[in-house]
Design a binder for this molecule. Structure first.
Ligand SMILES: *[C@@H]1O[C@H](CO)[C@@H](O)[C@H](O)[C@H]1NC(C)=O
Ligand SMILES: *[C@@H]1O[C@H](CO)[C@@H](O)[C@H](O)[C@H]1NC(C)=O
Ligand SMILES: *[C@@H]1O[C@H](CO)[C@@H](O)[C@H](O)[C@H]1NC(C)=O
Ligand SMILES: *[C@@H]1O[C@H](CO)[C@@H](O)[C@H](O)[C@H]1NC(C)=O
Length: 496
């Protein structure tokens, strides 16, 4: 009796430990993902970024194209990848099966063969965005079909799924209730064809959801409702309570899908995040509040009222991109969890590592500690000043200047210096890049940064002779011991 009890206890304990390990394993497969965009004047080396992903316990990454240097660096890293096909390739892929087969052979099969864990191919990026005026309406679906056939043809159909990252503007609700959700009327028939195709191929629906844009576009939008800690505004949708716009938006999609018979289709949140600069609603405090609020819920696995449980999500984004179009707004270059150089912007607990802070990029090389500023003898009435600043801003990055930004407190001399320095740094501190007319500019060793307004030093681009792409470190380091322990536990469990 006593003995039996002991064994039972022992067995129960092992089941418990087994479950813990199992949960840990599942979590490491389904953990948070990030978007890795590369529209930067000075991107960090791919190997540095891959190490950063691993150091931060990030297991899933979404790319916007199929850059071979990046995919090589991701080989045998254990990181799961969504590769992207840019919108400007949709036309050729739609019109030629051969082009789709070439894309798959060059940008998918060869990398899969080299140990890159590609799980999805994103065909286009938000191609039905209202601002594209329907440019990609005719080509997206045929391109999707051709890419899918090409993937099936090389035998990767079960392993790699196609999807189309869509902006949440493809659906909406006729009221403030998610249950009134449906697809945008001008594209509804096309959406339904695409959804049927995705469903037939076991592929997910991917949607990008941006509470920041809700706040940015509508000055009367209730601020609380953009975040996950507010409760002053809530929507009661037939008993389902919505306390944040993310849940409400996500479930509007669930209802739209359900209305057309696809209520259980899997949904990936392809982009979600908050920018830190360039707009009155874009700052470190809001970004931290949003991303931490989101991560805490994500890790709790609560899901949304219509889809309780874990989600598949890619944060937008990993690193700032200083070469993105600022047509949507100056905030567009400031979505990163990390600055351009891989330093963390704020405290964020992703729940993926034992530390509760982001781990910065390691071994980053910077240019010299020097800045280009307005000369103290410069006369602001000189007509060359305006011309020089507009030239510097057009070719540099002035998205931190102006109302509601981190450099809003600069005076006009500070503004001009900021513009000059940005141009100088982006041009790798070339002597000629600090030679504005009439002796307006001068190089200094004194850091002109004040408070939150940082005059940054650019990072060094890797020289062709450098030794990048070597050891990205720790491949399979964690997985193997966990697998081994699990194996031993299973054996013990079976024996007992
Ligand atoms: C592979 O992907 C790259 C990057 O997106 C693209 O430039 C190239 O055209 C693609 N190759 C083919 C054969 O489609
Ligand atoms: C879409 O149409 C508007 C208004 O006709 C125009 O200003 C804009 O440039 C167009 N955008 C694209 C991407 O064609
Ligand atoms: C949705 O439900 C149908 C029918 O019950 C099932 O065949 C299909 O596999 C389900 N799909 C998902 C994504 O759960
Ligand atoms: C600084 O530059 C920004 C953006 O160009 C402008 O909005 C602001 O008024 C300028 N401030 C001063 C004091 O000149």
């Amino acid at each position: 009796m006593g003995l039996l009890k002991g064994i039972n206890f022992h067995g129960g304990f092992l089941v418990f430990v087994f479950l813990l390990f199992f949960i840990a394993m599942v979590k490491s497969v389904e953990g948070i993902g990030v978007n890795w965009g590369t529209q930067s004047t000075h991107p960090l080396p791919a190997a540095t970024v891959v190490k950063m992903l691993k150091d931060n316990g990030i297991q899933n990454v979404k790319l916007f194209d199929a850059d071979s240097t990046i995919l090589k660096a991701l080989g045998n890293s254990g990181i799961q990848v969504m590769v992207g096909i840019p919108n400007d390739m949709l036309n050729s892929l739609a019109n030629s099966e051969k082009a789709a087969e070439n894309w798959v052979s060059k940008n998918l099969s060869s990398h899969v063969a080299n140990g890159v864990g590609v799980r999805y191919v994103a065909v286009g990026n938000e191609p039905f965005l209202a601002t594209y005026n329907g440019s990609f309406l005719g080509t997206t679906f045929p391109a999707l079909q051709n890419v899918q056939s090409a993937i099936a043809k090389v035998g990767l159909g079960n392993q790699v799924k196609v999807t189309i990252p869509l902006n949440a503007d493809v659906y909406g609700s006729s009221s403030d209730k998610p249950s009134d959700g449906d697809f945008r009327s001008d594209i509804r028939d096309l959406m339904l064809e695409i959804i049927k195709f995705l469903s037939d191929n076991g592929a997910p629906f991917t949607v990008n959801i941006y509470p920041f844009i809700s706040l940015h576009n509508d000055p009367n939008f209730p601020v609380d409702f953009a975040f996950f800690d507010g409760n002053s505004n809530s929507i009661n949708d037939n008993g389902r309570i919505y306390q944040n716009v993310f849940d409400a938006n996500h479930d509007t999609l669930v209802w739209a899908l359900q209305k057309h018979g696809y209520g259980n289709m899997s949904i990936i949140v392809g982009e979600i995040g908050w920018p830190t600069d360039g707009d009155r609603s874009a700052n470190l405090q809001y970004a931290q509040r949003f991303n931490q609020g989101f991560m805490t819920r994500f890790n709790a696995g609560t899901g949304t009222p219509m889809r309780p449980g874990t989600m598949e999500v890619y944060l937008f984004s990993l690193i700032d991109e200083d070469h993105k179009s600022i047509e949507p707004g100056n905030f567009e270059r400031h979505w990163g969890l990390f600055y351009f150089d891989g330093t963390a912007k704020y405290q964020l607990n992703l729940g993926t590592t034992s530390s509760n802070a982001l781990v910065p990029a390691s071994s980053v090389s910077y240019l010299a500690q020097q800045w280009c500023v307005l000369s103290s003898s410069a006369n602001l009435d000189d007509p060359q000043v305006v011309l020089s600043v507009s030239y510097a801003c057009a070719n540099g990055d002035c998205t931190r200047l102006g109302y509601g930004t981190s450099c809003e407190s600069l005076d006009s001399r500070g503004n001009i210096s900021y513009a000059f320095n940005s141009y100088y740094q982006i041009n790798d501190q070339l002597e000629s890049a600090c030679k504005f007319p009439d002796g307006l500019s001068v190089v200094t060793n004194q850091d002109p940064s004040t408070g939150d307004c940082k005059f940054r030093i650019m990072i060094q681009l890797p020289s062709s002779s450098s030794n990048e792409g070597g050891n990205v470190g720790g491949v399979g380091h964690l997985e193997k011991p966990v697998g081994l322990i699990l194996f031993v536990l299973v054996i013990l469990f079976v024996i007992l």
